[in-house]
Design a protein around this ligand. Structure first.
Ligand code: HPA
Length: 269
């Protein structure tokens, strides 16, 4: 099946849930963060073309509902390239949202803290990203119906939305830092040597998601906002070994503040 046809089919199935203007992707351990009124949901398995998540902490459903008077789409859980899914499948949900008419995309994730001064539990606004996945979801024939062959990525994470988010966080008394997110393929965590190299490259955070979605969202002309929960200090920054349980535990601990932030932010997106 043609890629555009796959995207249209998924968008058509989602249209039955409602007509959202903004979408929020909730990452590892963050699925429960904010409740929707008048919610209608579909599991990934019932949306044509949506891949099935296999990782603990990633539920895999899409819900549309109302937050602070606005209709939003919430994706609970996501799939990753390291699970073996082709990048085309990893980004199919975001492309379907673009087709559905979603103009603003909020990407959340869990990450390891590289920059000195970051602590486990910090919430960090993404100012930029570095793609070290070794691939790009736009590789292959360009989908002209979605966007241009060579999309600009200069201000990928919308400066105006970042300003609004900082203001909302300030009003709520939630500390929000800002940094550059570097995406690796995973699934092994990094070595301390890799983390030193990533720091020298300009990375503040490291993770295994978000960047493919951000690239296709910008390609399709959506505005994006990225918010990361630092679930652990990156390898070698802390002497402790890394574990997925710690990642899930820390993000669950910070989910309430992220939920408050998103709830207050939604009407201003
Ligand atoms: N490295 C990569 N991905 C991650 C990490 C990390 O330390 N923490 C959460 N996701």
């Amino acid at each position: 099946m043609e890629e555009m046809e796959r995207i249209e089919r998924a968008a058509k199935a989602l249209a039955r849930l409602g007509k959202p203007e903004a979408a929020v992707v909730l990452g590892s351990g963050l699925s429960g963060v904010f409740p929707l009124e008048q919610e209608r949901a579909l599991p990934f398995g019932e949306i044509p073309g949506f891949p099935a998540p296999s990782v603990a902490g990633h539920a895999g459903e899409v819900a549309v509902g109302v937050v602070s008077g606005r209709t939003v789409l919430v994706q609970r859980g996501r799939v990753h390239h390291y699970e073996g899914h082709p990048l085309a499948d990893v980004v199919l949900p975001v492309r379907a949202y673009a087709r559905l008419g979603v103009k603003v995309l909020v990407l959340t994730n869990a990450s390891g803290g590289i920059a000195y001064g970051l602590e486990a539990g910090d919430l960090v606004l993404l100012s930029d990203h570095i793609n070290l996945l070794g691939d790009n979801p736009l590789r292959g024939p360009n989908l002209d119906a979605l966007g241009p062959r060579f999309p600009d990525m200069t201000e990928a994470y919308d400066p105006a939305l970042r300003k609004i988010t900082r203001d909302v966080a300030w009003d709520l008394g939630i500390r929000l830092k800002e940094g550059v997110y570097l995406a690796t393929l995973g699934p092994s965590y990094e070595t301390p040597g890799e983390i030193r190299a990533f720091r020298a490259l300009g990375a503040d955070l490291v993770g295994m998601s978000t960047v493919p979605e951000a690239i296709v969202a910008r390609h399709a002309g959506m505005k994006i906002l990225g918010i990361s929960c630092v679930t652990n200090l990156a390898a070698g920054v802390s002497p402790q070994p890394l574990s997925h349980d710690e990642v899930i535990e820390t993000s669950r601990r910070r989910a309430a503040d992220l939920g408050r932030l998103l709830t207050a932010l939604v009407p201003r997106l």
